[in-house]
Design a protein around this ligand. Sequence first.
Ligand code: GDP
Length: 443
Amino acid sequence: MAFEGLSTRLQNVFGKLKGRGKVSEDDVNEAMREVRLALLEADVNFKVVKDFIAKVKERAIGQEVVKSFTPGMVIIDIVNKELTELMGGEQAKLAKSNKPPTVILMAGLQGAGKTTLTGKLAKMLQTQKHKPLLVAGDIYRPAAIKQLEVLGGQIGVPVFTLGDQVSPVEIAKQGVKRAKDEGYDYVLIDTAGRLQIDEELMQEIKDIHSAVEPDEVLLVVDAMTGQEAVNVAKSFHEQLALTGVVLTKLDGDTRGGAALSVKAVTGCPIKFASTGEKIDQLEAFHPDRMASRILGMGDMLSLIEKAQSNIDADKAKELERKMRTAEFSFYDFLEQMEQVRNMGPLEQLLDMMPGMGKLKSNPNFKIDEKQIKRTEAVAKSMTHAEKLKPDIINFSRRKRIAAGSGTTVADVNRLLKQFEDMKKMMKQFSGMMGPNGKPKGGM
Ligand code: GDP
């Protein structure tokens, strides 16, 4: 994931301080020197690093870290707060006009992920019960209109297009009018990008801007390009009043410099983070959660939100009841796997759990997605009766299941053993619980 190097380095620096009851001023200075290097290596803007370290030092002195009984924790807390501040402090929300439709203009270089983002944002708005309209304003890149239409088609959001022979200013104007006439509450206008910033591109988007007076101008930048992304943001912001930045490709191994510098350099908040090519891989950007992720403190809030939006509450309740009564079959097992899978790649989920970042940096640690698929294949090859009552699975059935799932009898044995262990654990657990699922004894 993004920030991996930075995250590991910072955790090492703080690991050294954490267990200690007392630190000297020299220790603090040494730690700050290492934080500084870690940030520079993560490609954070030089001036931003300088200011950041100065602020952390000032606070550390103010809070008299050296006199504290838990100096390591105090420093981590200060760094956490300053990192949050650096990325903008509060979460910056998407604009919402009180005279709908809210008009959102997308800007950015070619390949940054504008068109993809336009589709993703529409999907996010749709799940929030809004009614978005997409406008295909990129008439230069061959296939950009088609790409937007495919994205819109996937999520059932209409795309307004006038082909590639009408000027983008006219397309934008008519698109907004269409939205107004037909009761859409958001209009997302995709625009053309170029390989570099040039006069013509800027003029065109400025013209669109004056024609439709957007409520939100989102600059889409590729986080993988590091400082270049920050420079692009700066030039765009100087010419076009941006209201927010969207960082894309945060799923790649970007060092994170862009995320940490862009707000400080441009004054423009990061509103969203895009973390993959799939249409639902878009997250609202929360500076505090991102800071905790970087510091290896996890991001349980995002994980819970992800779970809530992907896991069917009724099914989860039913599963919980079955676990309590130990009436758990392979059907439930498969369903549970499916629900977890819906939440996204396991690697990304692990990044949100406290301490997992560190585990992942261990070269011996790897998530074996293949193994997970094998497990699933074994469970799926069982008959209805076997899924309900795994006790009946004798040796000949094991051989059949192994053959049917393209695995071995050892794989089948392993899963059956795991399943038995799980059931035993649930029995013990349910023994500790009262009938309503709450711990016995008024705990
Ligand atoms: P545009 O020229 O700015 O409209 O860029 P596109 O939307 O066509 O995206 C360029 C490429 O980047 C496409 O292959 C996208 O699938 C890919 N892409 C966009 N956003 C992300 C992201 O968050 N993560 C990854 N890994 N790829 C992305």
